[in-house]
Design a protein. Structure first.
Length: 57
């Protein structure tokens, strides 16, 4: 994948409101993102939580 959205993809986006990009991350990359999100949501990630907005019910 070249990393650029084609004219046909833009047209589909304008028509349908979405465009399929195909596979853009490996299983390992997705697992790392999931761990990062879990750590953030559990409050154990090394981030400044005072600057993070989350909705709680």
């Amino acid at each position: 994948m070249s990393g650029l959205i084609t004219e046909a993809q833009w047209e589909q986006y304008e028509r349908d409101g979405y465009v399929k990009l195909g596979r853009i991350a490996s299983d390992d990359e997705l697992a790392a993102l999931q761990r990062r999100i879990d750590d953030i949501m559990l409050g154990v990630a090394p981030v400044d939580y005072d600057r993070m907005l989350m909705q709680c019910s």
